[in-house]
Design a protein around this ligand. Structure first.
Ligand SMILES: [Zn+2]
Length: 449
């Protein structure tokens, strides 16, 4: 059922004016420990020749570049966050750049403020929902007992804003308990700090598909889009869904890197890695830590860099657990690792430019996905193998998945193309979900089993 108390947009507009950013969700337990990004710029650097590329990479450690995109190749551009302390030194390099974001903290504050307003509405609707049926659990015609407040978790209201880690866990457990016989829960394992990599299993088919969001924790849209796909599979209003649930079994983990996700909500919005401490800096990049061709280029040995590969392959439990989970399934026909941003639908390999034997099959599926996606809202995605189309990256999840025999692994970079960093405005969650669902359906229609 639809719970509608008042106009969401009107309340958001009002509360945006009234709510100070410091009250915004996610709240920090200790505001003293919150990392801020005042006057940090995000710049787009054009790499016209090899000299410029070498200048960039020779200075990336000294100037503490935080790469927001990773296509460090001649003839392309790369987006980098630069602190105000290092900006003059960066200018002295005389690289060609444009400024995408003048002050990253402003973007983060805006996101917090919008989310705070949204959370007031969401929580009010949740409380109203709990009062339905005089506060007693609702028992559906099929005998299922809905947890109090379950209605609100089943509406589109959920997709109108971003959510705390705890709320994501509640959303997932509610979907599982409200759909017995159709869905069940699982965990791929525990994170470094002991959080479950919680997932939902949907469908009964012999062909398994695994996908997840937020391997990189700051890429929040990944989790929201993955949850949108879960919602579509569970609601089954799409006439194609029944066929998908017979052909496939889906194993879906909305938050693959829960420790990092909590860090982005409590102390550092720009945290990308997991929570393992290495040489004084926090985090291994899980997506440079998978155990196939680990450390063979396109990853960093510097523990303070955002693409730090870790001390050894699979030292990050988050990567190891999902790898083991993939290996435990009998026939995995696809695996999708959702990231942001850049609007790319990518296939293996990342570690080498030599294309795998089944590249035509995989790129054919990626092409279909991009076409179906564009038809929904006109959003343009590029597609192809990671190394040749985008950038070199070793130790990635899709290279590993391909190597263990997964038929069609994809790394997807969702919206947008750089205007908002990782703070994609919440009004783009549903359009992102809608278009990604069509791309996903094109993959499901095209997979050869
Ligand atoms: Zn990512």
């Amino acid at each position: 059922m639809k719970v509608s108390l008042f106009s969401l947009s009107a309340v958001v507009a009002l509360t945006t004016l009234l709510v100070p950013a410091s009250h915004a969700l996610p709240a920090s337990p200790s505001s003293n420990n919150v990392v801020t990004f005042d006057n940090h710029r995000v710049v787009r650097i054009q790499l016209r020749d090899d000299t410029q590329l070498k200048t960039l990479t020779a200075n990336e450690d000294a100037l503490a570049f935080d790469y927001f995109t990773h296509h460090k190749v001649v003839g392309d551009y790369v987006d980098v966050r630069i602190s105000p302390q290092n900006f003059a030194k960066f200018q002295a390099l005389k690289l060609e750049f444009t400024t995408l974001i003048e002050n990253l903290q402003t973007v983060i504050e805006q996101e917090k403020q919008e989310n705070s307003a949204y959370q007031m509405v969401f929580n009010a609707q949740l409380e109203e929902s709990k009062k339905l049926n005089n506060g007693s659990p609702r028992i559906l015609a099929n005998g299922v007992t809905l947890p109090a407040g379950a209605e609100i978790y089943a509406t589109d209201t959920w997709f109108q804003g971003y959510h705390s880690y705890a709320d994501h866990q509640t959303w997932l457990s509610t979907q599982i308990s409200a759909n017995p016989g159709k869905a069940s829960g699982f965990s791929a394992g525990k994170s470094f700090q002991g959080r479950e990599q919680a997932g939902i299993k949907v469908g009964t088919g012999p062909n398994h598909i695994v996908f997840h969001g937020t391997q990189h924790s700051r890429e929040w849209i990944g989790t929201m889009v993955v949850e949108y796909l879960i919602d579509q599979l569970l609601k089954g209003t799409d006439s194609r869904v029944a066929g998908y649930l017979q052909k496939y079994t889906f194993h879906i983990i909305p938050i693959m890197n829960p420790d990092g996700f909590v860090i982005t909500q409590t102390s550092n919005r720009m945290h990308r890695k997991n929570a393992q401490t290495n040489g004084g800096c926090i985090g291994t990049d899980p997506n440079r830590n998978w155990g196939f061709k680990w450390g063979t280029g396109g990853s960093s040995s510097n523990p303070c860099n955002e693409d730090y590969k870790g001390p050894s392959a699979f030292s990050a439990p988050e990567a190891k657990n999902v790898a083991d989970y993939l290996s435990s399934l009998p026939k995995v026909v696809s695996y999708i690792d959702f990231h942001s941003y850049s609007q790319l639908w990518m296939t293996p390999y990342g570690y080498t430019g030599t294309r795998p034997a089944t590249y035509p099959y995989m790129s054919g599926l990626a092409a279909k996905a991009a076409t179906a996606l564009r038809a929904v809202h006109g959003t343009s995605y590029r597609y192809g193998d990671i190394f040749n189309t985008i950038y070199q990256a070793s130790g990635s999840s899709v290279d590993y998945a391909y190597n263990i025999g997964v038929g069609a692994p994809f790394a997807v970079e969702l919206r947008d193309t750089g205007s908002n960093g990782f703070s994609l405005p919440a009004n783009q969650i549903i359009p992102s979900g809608e278009e990604t669902w069509e791309a996903f359906a094109a993959i499901l229609d095209g997979i050869q089993v």
